[in-house]
Design a protein around this ligand. Structure first.
Ligand SMILES: [Mn+2]
Length: 319
């Protein structure tokens, strides 16, 4: 039995299934949670299936909302993680109470936690949603329009609208398949890429404050510079790609955003084939080769230590 079959069996042997993603959910996280929920509901109408977490409220009207679940439901359920590598990174800590766990993910496995349960981890996939579409195809799940739209959102956003490295011919085939399910691309794009005037101002601030160190473009965004425009730190840290084109010759770029207390969230990227994952891992974080994140504490770590290590990032062959 391979891992796809093991996950199918986990779904088949449980009457209640709860689906989890990471904190500060993005399009792939929310899209994978909703997509998987709708796939399972369509194939097994008798099962109770819930997507747990905050999701992306901007999509609740256009697609659908997340589910409220109580502890008894969670304790009676199989918990399936999507777009998240381990239980400690799941947004809702009640995930620990599930009877058993499964996972669909494309992040590097966490060195801090061994995942127990059937899991499909394919780190070369551009989006977790891509793996879920493969799963649906292999086991002939009916793909409703809502499932297709949610999974399309996941692939679209994690691939930078199908432009990032890691977007493969197979990615495009899967998108083509989703397109046959009646999805309306334009309105999903409009919501996914909507930028408020306030967001535009904060992006401009990020670009203006960008500096170079060696081969790294970095920006430390002071709290007041996003708070005065009404942005939360969660929304500010998402704007890391504003740094992509400031110094096009830089190998890597990194954004630092203060959260609560001494906590500083860090997002690291490379569009030039340099591995940012090693640096994130060294500071307790993780993610992908060319897109990773970590949290540092300003009373313990100088953010320039992250920048200096990132400057030593290794070039890794494009596959
Ligand atoms: Mn993802």
């Amino acid at each position: 039995m391979d891992n796809y079959e093991a996950l199918l069996q986990l779904i088949e042997r449980n009457d209640v299934i709860t689906i989890y993603g990471h904190s500060n959910p993005d399009g792939d996280c929310y899209g994978s949670q909703i997509g998987l929920r709708e796939l399972i509901r369509a194939r097994y109408p008798e099962k109770k299936v819930y997507a747990v977490g905050s999701g992306i409220p901007a999509f609740f009207e256009r697609l659908t909302t997340m589910d409220e679940v109580d502890e008894a439901t969670i304790a009676s359920s199989a918990g399936i993680l999507v777009d998240v590598s381990c239980l400690r990174r799941v947004e809702d800590p009640r995930v620990y109470q599930c009877k058993e766990h499964g996972k669909f993910d494309h992040h590097q496995p966490s060195p801090l936690e061994e995942f127990v349960g059937p899991s499909i981890v394919e780190t070369k996939r551009i989006a977790a949603a891509e793996i879920i579409v493969e799963f649906a195809i292999r086991f002939h799940f009916p793909i409703t329009r809502l499932a297709a739209e949610a999974l399309y959102l996941g692939i679209l956003t994690d691939s930078g609208r199908l432009t990032y490295r890691g977007t493969t011919p197979r990615t495009l085939e899967l998108v083509a398949l989703l397109r046959t399910k009646g999805i309306k691309i334009r309105s999903i794009q409009q919501i996914a890429y909507y930028e408020s005037p306030e967001t535009k101002k904060v992006k401009a601030t990020i670009r203006r404050r960008a500096r170079c160190y060696g081969h790294v473009c970095y920006c430390f965004l002071p709290r007041e510079s996003f708070e005065k425009h009404g942005l939360s730190p969660q929304n500010a840290i998402r704007l890391v790609n504003a740094l992509a084109s400031v110094y096009p010759d830089c190998r890597c770029y990194v954004l630092f955003v203060p959260f609560d207390g001494d906590e500083v969230n860090v997002e690291l990227r490379s569009n030039h084939g340099y591995c940012v994952h090693d640096t994130a891992k060294a500071f307790g974080g993780g993610g992908h080769k060319f897109a990773s994140g970590c949290t540092i504490y300003s009373n313990q770590t100088d953010y320039m230590d992250v920048v200096k290590m990132l400057d030593q990032a290794e070039y890794v062959e494009e596959e």
